[in-house]
Design a protein around this ligand. Structure first.
Ligand code: DOR
Ligand code: ZN
Length: 339
């Protein structure tokens, strides 16, 4: 009998579900095995009004059909959000996502410069309403240094708004890991791919466009620092896949779009990784328990049964190439039960 691992209510705390045809094609890949996901707002145009949030959630619910899955909606941060607006939208959202302007896919309308006084009214209102602030933490500096340079901005914000929950999204560096324990109100999501690859895997040999993402994968010592807190299920870190599908032609192109598509294989590969390191007992908290506490959410009940049986990853899912395409991974999803 192959050994099995059961995960309760897996949560993906950073997910790109896209819209239109892409949403129809990929929603199922998350909705089948996850209980819920924090859905990123970087659509074109971004999700930035109450009507946008309501309409996008409706389109997601239609796309997932009969699956039990909660999309935790977010707004795209604008410095002009005032208290009255935030109060009106509070019960529809679980977080607000801040992008530095132009830093990644569809982030042109983000924040330029980080002037605390300019941000103060919106961030104080978010603190008062207990709305977490999720941040894509990169400067416009040299690509390998962008995240480390952003740590001082995290620190300024964490000090200026001590009651605001700040979530450092998809951290990739040892500097971000170190910042976690310096400020009570800093938290982080960690992707699957940043626990597995370094820049060498992206560009050390022949260029691998399907591993190209923002923030770009860093050095071995950064990966080790991320692995340590993930495998420990450090209480301030959560799994957030940053699964970011792009059609094959946008990846295998001169001018490759950033994003790694991991939704269909994330749970299987995380199980393999935690098992390999002898830390399977911590996977439940990394994949769900920590996020429940940090976000104060009660996800819909779902049990995912993973079995140690090789699974050959398809070459593509409706034209989107996943991580490990065509390769064999050690675990398969045996079944999913609800309730
Ligand atoms: O690689 C990435 N892809 N990083 C991001 O921050 C955005 C994402 C996307 O939306 O494609
Ligand atoms: Zn993202």
């Amino acid at each position: 009998m192959p050994s099995t691992v059961i995960l309760d209510n897996p949560l993906d705390m950073h997910l790109h579900l896209r819209d239109g045809e892409m949403l129809q094609h990929i929603a199922e890949e998350s909705a089948h095995t996850f209980s819920g996901a924090v859905v990123m707002p970087n659509l074109v145009p971004p999700v930035s009004s109450k009507e946008d949030v309501i309409a996008y959630r409706t389109r997601i619910m239609e796309a997932i059909g009969n699956e039990t899955f909660e999309p935790y909606m977010t707004l795209f941060f604008k410095p002009g959000y005032d208290k009255a607006f935030l109060e009106s939208v509070r019960d529809r959202i679980h977080a607000i996502k801040l992008y530095p302007a132009g830093i990644t896919t569809n982030s042109e309308g983000g924040v330029s410069g980080f002037n605390v006084e300019e941000l103060r009214p919106a961030l104080e209102a978010m603190s008062a309403l207990n709305i977490p602030l999720c941040i894509h933490g990169e400067t416009n500096g040299f690509v390998m240094d962008r995240e480390a340079e952003f740590v001082s901005i995290y620190e300024t914000l964490a000090e200026a708004f001590p009651s605001l929950k700040i979530i450092m999204e998809h951290i990739t560096t040892k500097e971000s890991v170190a910042a976690l324990d310096r400020f009570e109100n800093l938290y982080a999501t960690i992707t699957l791919h940043h626990l597995i690859i370094t820049l060498d895997d992206v560009a050390g040999g022949m260029l691998q466009p399907h591993l190209f993402c923002k923030p770009i994968a860093k050095r071995p010592e950064d990966k080790e620092a991320l692995l340590e807190v993930a495998l420990d299920a450090h209480p301030k870190v959560m799994f957030g896949s940053d699964s970011a599908p792009h059609p094959r032609h946008a990846k295998e192109a001169c001018g490759c779009a950033a994003g790694v598509f991991t939704a269909p294989i994330a749970l299987q590969v995380l199980t393999e990784l935690f098992e390999k390191h002898g830390r399977l007992e911590n996977l439940q908290n990394f994949i769900s328990g920590n996020a429940r506490k940090i976000y104060g959410i009660i996800p819909p009940a779902k049990k995912v049964i993973l079995e140690k049986k090789p699974f050959k990853v398809p070459g593509d899912y409706n034209g989107v190439v996943p991580m490990f395409a065509g390769e064999e991974i050690a675990y398969s999803v045996k079944g999913v039960t609800h309730g």
